[in-house]
Design a protein around this ligand. Sequence first.
Ligand code: SF4
Length: 85
Amino acid sequence: MSDKKEYLRDREDSKIGKIVVDRDFCIAASSCIVVTPETYELDGESKAVVTDANAADDETLKTSAESCPTKAILLFDKEGNQIYP
Ligand code: SF4
């Protein structure tokens, strides 16, 4: 069973409505944190968690998700459709 955590986003200028971190895929590579330290940090289990889902703009969030080597970050639009990966 995969261990996914969902973080809702509520920004009027954003098309991204939800960030999902698949904890089973997260290997603590930290590239998401390097790109968006305002959004992610590692928790006590060395898995990425979202500290502020609204902090980054869409472009930065996308770049950050793309930087994840295991594609552990999934992005959804406000209608619930997966837009990355
Ligand atoms: S880049 Fe991916 S693997 Fe690395 S900490 Fe972030 S979510 Fe985890």
